[in-house]
Design a protein around this ligand. Structure first.
Ligand SMILES: Cc1ncc(COP(=O)(O)O)c(C=O)c1O
Length: 412
C-alpha cells in the first residue's frame, strides 16, 4: 500500500522504478513539499533547488500570487476547450503579447508543442506569404539544439541518444554550427522559411553564442526574408536578467516561443507569439489543442505576466547572477574547467578527471543541493529567481566542498 511506504525515500524510489518507464534517471530524492527555493523530501531533509525544474519554476515553488490565481480559477471554471470562449484567454493573450511587443498569441501546453506549432506556422507562412513552392520549405536549426522530444523535433536534434530508434525522421531541416553566422549565411536559400534558434543553449550546458550573434541572425533573416524564431522556452521570462534573452542583444525575433515558467510551475502553459501576418496564416481547423488556452492555464499565465511586468524578477536574476558568477569563477582551475553565466543561469564544466557530472550531482545532493548534469561533466545551475544571495553562497560552498573531495583527487 502506498500509505505504508509514503515516508520511505528508498521504497518510493523502488516503486517508481518498478512502475514507470525508464526514460529518465532521476537522482534518488523524493520531494514531498516545496516552498520558494527550497524543497523537502519525504524523510524531512531539505534541499536548495538548484534546477528550478529546468526554469519552469523561475518564480519559485508555490509563489503566493500564482497560487492565489490558480485557487481562484479552480473555484470558477478550469476547462472549456476552444469550442467556446472563456473569460481568461483574451486578457492573458493581450498582456503576454504586450510583454513581447507583438500582436498575437497561440497558446499550447508543453514546450515541444509550441515548437511543433512554430514549425507548422513557418512552413505555411513560407508557402502562402513568401511563395516557396509547395513541399520545399526548409528550416535552419543549430547543432547542439534542444527543442523537445516529438518525432519532428528529434528529427533535427544532433544528440544521438535523443534520436536512436525513432526514425524515420521528418525532412526539411538544415543544421548549422551554433554561433556561426557565416555558416548560417551559406545555409539560407530561396526555400528557407525560418531560422529556429535558442538565444542560449540551455540543455547543451548554458552555451552562450558569441556577442553579436543574435543581432547577426536577425539581420540575415531580415535580408533573406525568413522568419527568426527564438526558442525562449528555457531562456525567457526573467532567467537571463531580462524578460527575453533576445532583449540582451536588442533583438526582436519574428516569433517567440515560450513555455516552462509561463505556467508558474503549476500547469503546463506554452505559447507561440508573433505578428498578424505570421500567425494569420492559421485558419479554423488547421491547428489546435484541447487544453491549449484553458482558463486555469490562462489565469496562471496571466499572473506570471503580471509578476514580470514589475521587472523585479529580471533585476533579481541580473544582480544575483552577477553574484553567482563572482563566486563560481574562482573555482575555475580548482575543479572546474569553465563557467558560463547569463543572468541567474550557470553552466559549469567539471574537470572530467575528477568526476562525472552525475557523480557531482550525487555528492551535491548529499550536501543538500539539487542540481542535474546535462552532458558528461557539465552541470547547470538555474535556481528559482526568489533565491537569496546567502543561499547561492551556501550552494557554491557545497560545490567547492564536492570538488575538494572529488573521487579523482584521492583521499584529501
Ligand atoms: C529550449 C527548449 N525548447 C523546448 C523545450 C521542450 O519543452 P517541454 O519539455 O515542455 O516539451 C525545452 C525543454 O527543456 C527547452 O529547453
Amino acid at each position: 500500500m502506498l500509505e505504508d511506504i509514503a515516508t520511505s525515500n528508498t521504497r518510493l524510489v523502488e516503486l517508481t522504478d518498478a512502475v514507470t518507464a525508464h526514460n529518465y534517471r532521476p537522482l534518488p530524492i523524493v520531494v514531498a513539499h516545496a516552498e520558494g527555493a527550497w524543497v523537502t523530501d519525504v524523510e524531512g531533509r531539505r534541499y536548495l533547488d538548484g534546477l528550478a525544474a529546468y526554469s519552469a519554476l523561475n518564480f519559485g515553488h508555490r509563489h503566493p500570487a500564482l497560487l492565489q490565481a490558480a485557487r481562484e480559477q479552480l473555484e470558477r471554471v478550469t476547462l472549456t476547450s476552444r469550442a467556446f470562449h472563456n473569460d481568461r484567454l483574451g486578457p492573458f493573450c493581450r498582456d503576454v503579447a504586450a510583454l513581447a511587443r507583438t500582436d498575437r498569441v497561440l497558446p499550447m501546453n508543453t514546450g515541444a508543442e509550441a515548437v511543433e506549432t512554430a514549425v507548422k506556422v513557418a512552413r505555411r507562412w513560407g508557402y502562402e506569404v513568401k511563395g516557396v513552392p509547395d513541399g520545399r520549405a526548409t528550416i535552419v536549426v543549430a547543432d547542439g539544439n534542444f527543442h523537445g522530444r516529438t518525432t519532428t523535433i528529434v528529427s533535427f536534434s544532433t544528440d544521438p541518444v535523443a534520436r536512436a530508434g525513432f526514425g524515420p525522421f521528418t525532412p526539411g531541416f538544415v543544421v548549422v554550427p551554433y554561433g556561426d553566422a557565416e555558416a548560417l549565411t551559406e545555409a539560407l536559400t530561396e526555400d528557407t522559411v525560418a531560422v529556429l534558434v535558442e538565444p542560449v543553449q540551455g540543455e547543451a550546458g548554458v552555451l552562450l553564442p558569441p556577442a553579436g550573434y543574435l543581432a547577426r541572425v536577425r539581420e540575415l533573416c531580415t535580408a533573406a526574408g525568413v522568419l527568426m524564431i527564438a526558442d525562449e522556452i528555457q531562456s525567457g521570462l526573467g532567467r537571463t536578467g531580462a524578460t527575453f534573452a533576445c532583449d540582451l542583444e536588442g533583438v526582436t525575433p519574428d516569433v517567440y516561443l515560450l513555455g516552462k515558467a509561463l505556467g508558474g510551475g503549476i500547469v503546463p502553459v506554452s505559447a507561440v507569439l508573433s505578428r498578424d501576418d505570421v500567425l494569420g496564416v492559421l485558419t479554423p481547423g488547421s491547428h489546435g489543442s484541447t487544453f491549449g488556452g484553458n482558463p486555469l492555464a490562462a489565469a496562471v499565465g496571466h499572473a506570471v505576466v503580471r509578476l514580470l511586468e514589475t521587472g523585479e524578477y529580471q533585476e533579481r536574476a541580473r544582480v544575483l547572477g552577477e553574484h553567482l558568477a563572482d563566486r563560481l569563477r574562482p573555482l575555475v582551475g580548482n575543479g572546474l574547467t569553465e563557467v558560463r553565466v547569463r543572468g541567474l543561469w550557470a553552466g559549469i564544466d567539471i574537470d572530467p578527471d575528477l568526476m562525472s557530472g552525475r557523480e557531482a550531482c550525487e555528492l551535491l545532493a548529499e550536501r543538500g543541493v539539487l542540481a542535474k548534469e546535462t552532458h558528461g561533466s557539465t552541470l547547470r545551475f538555474a535556481p528559482p529567481l526568489v533565491v537569496e544571495a546567502a543561499d547561492l553562497d551556501w550552494l557554491v560552498d557545497r560545490l567547492a566542498d564536492v570538488l575538494a573531495h572529488a573521487p579523482g583527487r584521492g583521499t584529501p
